[in-house]
Design a protein around this ligand. Sequence first.
Ligand SMILES: [Zn+2]
Length: 446
Amino acid sequence: MNIVARVASIALFFSVLALMITVWAGFPGGETKPDDMKVYMEQALLAPASAAGVQTKVLLGQSGETPIKQAVYTAGAGKQAASAAAAQAQAPKVDPKAEKKVYLTFDDGPSDLTLEVLDILHKEGIKGTFFVLGEQAEARPEIINRIYEEGHTIGNHTYDHRYDKLYGHFQDFWAQIKKTEELIRLITGERPQLVRAPGGTAGHFDQAYFDLMEQGGYRVFDWNVDSGDSKRRGVPAKDIVKGATAKVSGSEAIVLLHDSKGHEESVKALPEIIGYYKKQGYAFDVLTPDMQPVQFKAQQGAVKASQPSRQWIENHVLANAKLFETGRTLAVEFGAMETAFEPGEYKMEDGRLMVPLRALSERLGGTVSWEGHSKTVSVALGGKRWEADPLRRSITPGETWGRPLPSDVRLIGGTAWIPLRDALAASGHPVTRVTYKDAEIRIITL
Ligand SMILES: [Zn+2]
């Protein structure tokens, strides 16, 4: 729960408590009347709840930028949403020092400067969040690895940062997110779930972008403190310190900084920025997917985005969200080889494991090809050749051409899925054992 929601719930608690005391005091001899009290409590609970249903906007007074409205995020969590304004108005006396948090975020890297940033963070004993670009990650995988190894959080900032390519069609934005995600996953083994839109969402995201990213399982974060280090070239360190330490409404500061080429002054400013927040009693933390993201409000006419088709959304966006569900990894041992499917990459149907045939074959060193004339998939895997037939729901082993065996091969969204057990048996490695651990299902074959 984020600070706003937490403050709101504390406020709610106190107002309910106050009402209870009032009710209690109103009955002589401390006699309780449960029914009456229930009514009062329901009224007390209803009041903020109805306010929370509305997206209340708070003006962010950002220096040098057009005032941007900050939306309190309500998608899929209407009950949790509470307006920042209402929360502040009702907030009881809580020790603000205990709750203040600062999130340093670094965009557009990695670059050589990232190494200096990492040295500073290490020296100060704090963690940061890096929204990296795919093309930079591709060029400097060793820096991505270091960011990860040192316990910082990596977010996705698209592949090439080009507004003209990103903000016309959602599918293009999505493609860059997925491409970058795969690059990072290859380096760290983890998919970044946090996303920051190049240039921020303001003027770029329409509501469809927000909704589809949320449905795809991502968390989009803007910021509420702009260091101003990318307003123009060569902003001096003292101005960056000033921008990065501007007073923030609320007790959470998400600070925008850059660690890409040319941002030496940001690096120079960093120790002083950290010093300021330490002195002010802030705790340093990394952004997480379960936080309530700070987002600018979708603006009318921000993007003339073409809405993807329902089918496209189903196949890409909705299926994608499963990647971030916590579930078991499916590990498959196959002779001397081993591969793994992450949650979302395989299906469990009626206790039967289904995998995409192409992914299975290729990860285990085999090949697949679609035979247009017979509408079958021909597979070469583990030294065996066989055919999968999604129309007849069968597979035909090479040894017994012409004698198909029933198998629930299916085409789902243009992809052939197959029961894992059948595919392994046809490839000469029948399943001998399955083990279930907390985070893993492991398939052991002959
Ligand atoms: Zn950027």
